[in-house]
Design a protein around this ligand. Structure first.
Ligand code: ADP
Length: 427
């Protein structure tokens, strides 16, 4: 019998092949009623008592053997927490090449779990990703007719997920078509058993709307492994008697003023910066050329911020127009410019938390990675959503010895008034 003070086993263990994908999945699980922690890499210490943990790897485009090794390490950690179901989160556009990494990682997970079969679907209808007759659609067009055709690392030139996955693995791939999904949970389970009896290990599942995701979720109640985008997450918490509600998203309160650090030069972030400045917000632009010239730009920014921290958020940004960025890159080289700016903004993020900032937005995927590292954050408890894909998170900033709430926004996410509106969410 379980002693009364023993921690209940983890309900769902997730392995995500990149950081923003991990947040997307965690966000969906929270919205469907699970309490979730996202870890940066495989945890080395204990995590909070939650329903699901999402281990964020950076394994989407590394050599397949390394992706397998890292994923198995994550699996061993999740199994040690007692989780009975594993969710391998892949990109909603199934980003991969004939070498992997979806197929090799999925096969390794099946082997390690001693499982004969799993369902696979990157579908997430709310974001325009649907699967029909095994073909992935991005909005109204086939994956192979979308911008993904020209992706620099993982060009997707075939929309047939059965073919794409089959090229990456030894086991056979089959289809659970929409005619089956439409008949309900029992029909999906029958089809899973039928495919398994035929020696098929992976069933690509057709999904065209959220109702399909709920039906599939119920059919997966006892599945040891699911390979999916973030959409399938909305159908799984119901298997544990959990339903959408505000409780799962409640975060511990933090003290201190609000700040924003922005290193994204995306169209959306540039708009958000402009909107914040026009609304009269206190904002300081960082000049990469001054960093390259040897000025201690981070210290200058922190001195500027220290005098202004208070009731209203302050913004420190390097975000700039495409022409300005091109000019900087021509002077410094793109890689050097990026690295200098990332290092400076990470130091600013850390300095702001040292100055007492309690809630911090970081804009930019790479910028967020650098900031999280500088803050010494190993795990994030996922809280309320600000905008699709961007939740507030609670974390211990070990480098600063303090708790903090973070919103890590990848470049193109968030509405135009994100910087002014975000601090009202979950406050
Ligand atoms: P996004 O999520 O929009 O891609 P990232 O933070 O991932 O944002 O990437 C932006 C990159 O641009 C980072 O490497 C950052 O350091 C760099 N960068 C930011 N501002 C400038 C600038 N003014 N000039 C040149 N590079 C910049």
């Amino acid at each position: 019998m379980t002693p009364p003070d023993a921690r209940p086993p983890l309900r769902l263990g997730c392995i995500a092949d990149d950081f923003t994908g991990a947040t997307d999945l965690a966000n969906n699980l929270v919205r469907a009623g699970m309490r979730v922690v996202q870890t940066i890499g495989v945890p080395t210490g204990p995590v909070d008592d939650v329903d699901a943990v999402v281990v964020a790897l950076k394994s989407r485009t590394i050599p397949a053997a390394q992706a397998v090794e890292q994923s198995l390490q994550a699996l061993r950690w999740l199994q040690a927490q007692g989780c009975s179901q594993v969710y391998f989160k892949v990109c909603s556009t199934f980003d991969s090449t004939p070498q992997g990494n979806i197929g090799p990682v999925a096969e390794a997970l099946l082997d390690a779990l001693d499982a004969p079969f799993c369902c696979v679907t990157p579908a997430f209808p709310a974001t325009g990703r649907t699967v029909y007759q095994g073909h992935l659609f991005v909005g109204e067009v086939l994956l192979s007719d979308s911008g993904m055709r020209q992706h620099p690392l993982t060009p997707m030139t075939d929309a047939s997920l059965v073919r794409v996955l089959q090229a990456q693995c030894r086991r056979r791939v089959g289809l659970i078509g929409h005619a089956t999904v439409r008949q309900g949970t029992g029909a999906i389970r029958d089809r899973m058993a039928q495919l398994q009896a035929q020696g098929v290990a992976f069933g690509i599942v057709d999904i065209v709307d959220d109702a399909d995701l709920q039906v599939l979720g119920r059919a997966l109640a006892d599945a040891p492994l699911v390979v999916a985008g973030s959409g399938v997450a909305i159908g799984l918490p119901q298997n544990h008697g959990l339903a959408p509600g505000a409780d799962a998203a409640r975060l511990p309160a933090v003290q201190g003023p609000a700040a924003i650090v922005s290193g994204s030069c995306s169209v959306a972030t540039n708009d958000q910066v402009q909107r914040f400045v026009r609304a009269g917000g206190a904002a300081l632009a960082i000049d990469p050329l001054r960093i390259a010239a040897g000025d201690d730009v981070a210290a200058q920014a922190l001195a500027w911020a220290r005098a202004r921290l208070g009731a209203q958020p302050v913004l420190v940004y390097s975000s700039a127009s495409p022409e300005a960025v091109r000019g900087i890159q021509q002077s410094l080289g793109a890689a050097t410019a990026g690295e200098l700016v990332e290092r400076t903004l990470a130091a600013v993020a850390r300095g702001l938390v040292d100055l007492g900032v309690g809630r911090l937005i970081v804009a930019g995927g790479e910028t967020s990675g650098a900031a999280v590292q500088a803050l010494g954050v190993a795990q994030l408890r996922i809280g309320p959503q600000i905008d699709p894909g961007v939740p507030w998170c609670f974390a211990h900033a070990q480098a600063c010895g303090r708790p903090v709430q973070l919103a890590l926004k990848s470049g193109n996410f968030g509405g135009p008034d994100f910087f002014t509106r975000a601090f009202a969410v979950g406050a």
